[in-house]
Design a protein around this ligand. Structure first.
Ligand code: NAD
Ligand code: UDP
Ligand code: UDP
Length: 315
């Protein structure tokens, strides 16, 4: 019997590369598709000589014809700094990219999973956020290209499901961190760790009282795989994230303490439309997938510090 062939778009990115690694370990044929906008060959360098691994340089906004059994649609810059660099392209990645991948899934009858996001809830009035919450998103703000792009992608996924019977899955990922985040990526965990290791100022945006709930990458990948492999009558959307909510100030202090850094905290303006509170309600994932995070923030941050320490010494 032929091995399952799995396409991972955004496969050279932070989450995508961990996913490719896991899928290869299961013995699947893995097609990693990426245009290297925020991804890096370094993330998948160790996979290039594996016989079941194939790398395709391609932009998902353009059509592509492949024969696959499953698609993980992860292509899209995830850091606010990067997705705001070229906002029109960000919307295109989410809308045209999703249409192309859904068109592909429809043609070859592949199962397709969308990496959606907690950002579809915007700056939420409901706390913690449940899948039934419709969100509060500014349609014309600096984050809209990402938030509305991801919302439209969900719409497309559900309409391809209803109209064309495409076998879909949708996961809503809450802030996830870990090794292979890009040092200059701009996201808070990588920024703080790199600043702490360099004894540079730790840049808190706003007063630092805004909250996030941080999920370690291994937990997230486990959840994504359970969702893809779960029953066809549970298509989501399902929240995947850690429920331990911390303020950005607490995160900064934790990272300073864990790195033994001399860094000082400095306060910078809060970006426009930065959500004030964010924490997933994961009761649906627990009930339907038997999934819950297992890695504590301390243990995950420890591993992430070790990764960046190694990167810093290699420079
Ligand atoms: P990332 O930026 O490291 O990875 C995204 C990958 O997509 C990169 O390798 C990039 O080069 C690639 N890409 C971007 N545009 C592309 C295009 N047009 N064609 C092909 N490839 C393209 O980010 P990540 O954290 O790994 O996020 C992966 C996915 O998960 C994204 O869809 C993101 O929206 C979603 N997500 C991530 C988080 C998180 O906290 N990490 C949270 C919510 C959702
Ligand atoms: N597409 C693709 N690969 C495929 C099949 C489709 O990239 O294997 C793209 C193609 O660009 C198409 C889009 O997916 O425009 C949507 O496909 P669909 O069949 O839904 O619509 P249509 O072909 O009618 O535009
Ligand atoms: N943040 C910060 N300093 C940084 C980077 C981010 O204080 O150097 C804040 C940011 O304003 C936000 C939170 O940390 O409130 C999480 O930011 P990130 O970009 O990681 O993700 P998102 O805002 O998309 O959740």
């Amino acid at each position: 019997m032929r091995q399952k062939r799995v396409l991972v778009t955004g496969g050279a990115g932070f989450l995508g590369s961990h996913l490719c690694e896991k899928l290869l370990a299961f013995g699947y044929d893995v097609l990693c598709l990426d245009n290297f906008f925020t991804g890096n060959k370094r993330n998948i360098y160790h996979l290039l000589d594996k016989p079941n691994f194939e790398l395709i340089r391609h932009d998902v906004t353009l059509p592509i014809y492949l024969e696959v059994d499953e698609i993980f649609n992860f292509a899209c810059p995830a850091s606010p700094v990067y997705y705001q660099k070229d906002p029109i392209q960000t919307t295109k990645v989410n809308v045209l990219g999703s249409i192309n991948m859904l068109g592909l899934a429809k043609r070859v009858k592949a199962k397709i999973l969308q990496a959606s996001t907690s950002e579809i809830y915007g700056d939420p009035e409901e706390h913690p956020q449940k899948e039934t919450y419709w969100g509060r998103v500014n349609p014309i703000g600096p984050r809209s290209c990402y938030d509305e792009g991801k919302r439209c992608a969900e719409t497309l996924f559900f309409d391809y499901y209803k109209q064309n019977k495409v076998n879909i899955r949708v996961i809503r990922i809450f802030n996830t961190y870990g090794p292979r985040m890009y040092s200059e990526d701009g996201r808070v965990v990588s920024n703080f760790i790199v600043q702490a290791l360099r004894d540079e100022d730790i840049t808190i945006y706003g007063a630092g009282s805004q909250t996030r709930s941080f999920c370690y990458v291994d937990d997230l990948i486990e959840g994504a795989l359970r969702m893809m492999n779960g029953p066809d009558n549970f298509i989501g959307p399902v929240n995947l994230g850690n429920t331990v909510e911390v303020t950005i100030s607490e995160l900064a202090e934790k990272i300073i303490a864990m790195t033994g850094s001399q860094s000082k905290i400095v306060y910078m303006p809060l970006p426009e439309n930065d959500p004030i509170r964010r924490k997933p309600d994961i009761s649906l994932a627990i009930e339907k997938l038997g999934w819950r995070p297992t890695v504590s923030l301390e243990a995950g941050i420890e591993k992430t510090i070790a990764y960046f320490k190694k990167l810093e010494t290699e420079k």
